[in-house]
Design a protein around this ligand. Structure first.
Ligand code: CP
Ligand code: NVA
Length: 314
C-alpha cells in the first residue's frame, strides 16, 4: 500500500483497504513501541502542528508519534501565527510548505484544512475541524479490533449530538468498513442529508446498515455504545439548550440495559463531561477501554504520518 504524499482530511478520501492498512500499521507500531523499539521513518522531517482550538490527546499524539519516529514537531498555537488574521490561509500554507514536510491542522472551518492542503504542497492531516475528526475514528477502530478481533459485522450505537465532527466521521468510517451504525439523536441533531446519502453508497458497497433514529426503544444488541460531548468546541453558548435536548440520550445504565449485550463496550473520544453525555458510573466501569482508545490516538496518528510521509512500514 502506498499512501506517500497524501493528505488525510476526511475518511471519504480513503478506501476501506487503505483504512484497514492504517489500522493494521498502527497495531504493528504499537506492538513495537511496547517492546521499546522506535523507528526512524520521519528522520529529518519537520512537522507543523497548527492548533486553533485546544487539545490534549491530538496534540500529544502528533508530538510523540513524530518524535518516536525521529521527526521534529513544531507547535503553532492560535496566537503564535497569523493564520487567517493578518495573513491569508493560502499565504501561510505556502510559507509552511517551504519549511515543513507535513502539517497537522486543528481548527474551525473544514475548508481551511482543504486550503492548507491545496497551497502548501505537503501532506496535511486533519486534527479536527467543525465537520470531521478522522484520526479519532482510526483510534476507535483500532480499539474495536483489539476488543472484538474484527470490524466488519459489528454494530455500533452513537448516542448524543448526531451532527458533530465525531458523529460525521463515525458515520463515514462505519459505513466504509462494514460496521452497522445507529445514530440515536433528536431529529434537530441528525446528520446532514447530503452526508447520509454519501454514506448510503458506502454502506451499499460494504454491506453495513445505517439507522438514524430518535427512538430509544428501536435499538438493541449493539457491540459498542459511543458518545461525545453535547457541546463541541465553539458551541459553548448552546450548553443550556443542549442539556435539555439531549438528556434522554445520556449513556447510562438504563440505556445500556436496553441496547446492550453482556460483552457490549462503551467508547468515548474524550474529553468527557460526566453527568451529561455519560454517567460517572458507566464511564468508570468502561474506563479501561476508553483510555485504551485514548492511547490508540497516538499509535494511529503515528501510522498516518509514517504512511503519508515516512516509509509506510512498522
Ligand atoms: N479526542 C480528542 O481529539 O481529544 P483532544 O481534544 O484532547 O485532542
Ligand atoms: N465534538 C468534540 C470532539 C472533541 C474531541 C469537539 O469538537 O469539541
Amino acid at each position: 500500500m502506498n499512501l506517500k504524499g497524501r493528505s488525510f482530511l476526511t475518511l471519504k478520501d480513503y478506501t476501506p483497504d487503505e483504512i484497514e492498512y492504517l489500522i493494521d500499521l498502527a497495531a504493528k507500531l504499537k506492538e513495537k513501541k511496547k517492546k521499546g523499539i522506535l523507528g526512524n521513518s520521519l528522520k529529518g522531517k519537520n512537522i507543523a502542528l497548527i492548533f486553533e482550538k485546544p487539545s490534549t490527546r491530538t496534540r500529544c499524539a502528533f508530538t510523540i508519534g513524530c518524535i518516536d519516529e525521529g521527526g521534529h514537531p513544531e507547535y503553532l498555537g492560535r496566537d503564535d501565527i497569523q493564520l487567517g488574521h493578518k495573513e491569508s490561509i493560502e499565504d501561510t500554507a505556502r510559507v509552511l510548505g517551504r519549511m515543513f514536510d507535513g502539517i497537522e491542522y486543528r481548527g474551525f472551518a473544514h475548508e481551511n484544512a482543504e486550503i492548507l492542503a491545496k497551497y502548501s504542497g505537503v501532506p496535511v492531516w486533519n486534527g479536527l475541524t467543525d465537520t470531521y475528526h478522522p484520526t479519532q475514528i482510526l483510534a476507535d477502530f483500532l480499539t474495536l479490533k483489539e476488543q472484538f478481533g474484527k470490524l466488519k459485522g459489528l454494530k455500533l450505537l452513537y448516542a448524543g449530538d448526531g451532527r458533530n465532527n465525531v458523529a460525521n466521521s463515525l458515520l463515514i468510517g462505519c459505513t466504509k468498513m462494514g460496521i452497522d451504525i445507529t445514530i440515536l439523536s433528536p431529529k434537530s441533531l441528525w446528520p446532514e442529508g447530503e452526508l447520509v446519502n454519501i454514506c448510503k453508497g458506502y454502506a451499499e458497497a460494504s454491506g453495513s446498515i445505517i439507522e438514524i433514529t430518535q427512538d430509544l426503544n428501536s435499538v438493541k444488541d449493539v457491540d459498542a455504545v459511543y458518545t461525545d460531548v453535547w457541546c463541541s468546541m465553539g458551541e459553548e453558548a448552546l450548553a443550556e439548550e443542549r442539556i435539555k435536548l439531549l438528556k434522554p440520550y445520556q449513556v447510562n445504565d438504563d440505556l445500556l440495559k436496553k441496547v446492550g449485550k453482556p460483552n457490549t463496550i462503551v467508547l468515548h473520544c474524550l474529553p468527557a463531561v460526566k453527568g451529561n453525555e455519560i454517567t460517572h458510573e458507566v464511564f468508570e466501569r468502561f474506563s479501561k477501554v476508553i483510555f485504551d482508545e485514548a492511547e490508540n490516538r497516538m499509535h494511529t496518528i503515528k501510522a498516518v504520518m509514517v504512511a503519508t510521509l515516512g516509509n509506510g512500514q512498522a
